[in-house]
Design a protein around this ligand. Structure first.
Ligand code: SF4
Length: 81
């Protein structure tokens, strides 16, 4: 099963893919439907999420040096505040 943790919720919410407060099982099922039934892929994908969340997309995100900035909703949302 794909692990939905705080890193996953924070990153996906900032990217604009989820609201961030979705039910655990609903979110897990949604992500698994995108990835297909591939447990090793779930593990690799989650490891990449954790790596990105700890290194770049931290509590105070480093958007200026993020490879996802061009696809992410967060920088524009922050700029609009
Ligand atoms: S652009 Fe910023 S908010 Fe979006 S994923 Fe990168 S670090 Fe996180």
């Amino acid at each position: 099963m794909f692990v939905i943790d705080a890193y996953t919720r924070r990153l996906f919410a900032r990217l604009g893919w989820i609201e961030g407060h979705e039910d655990y099982e609903a979110l897990r099922a949604r992500i698994e439907s995108f990835l297909g039934p591939d447990v090793p892929l779930y593990q690799e994908y989650h490891a990449l999420i954790v790596h990105h969340a700890k290194g770049i997309c931290r509590t105070r995100p480093g958007c200026e040096r993020c490879c996802l900035a061009g696809r992410c909703a967060w920088p524009a949302a922050v700029a609009a505040c």
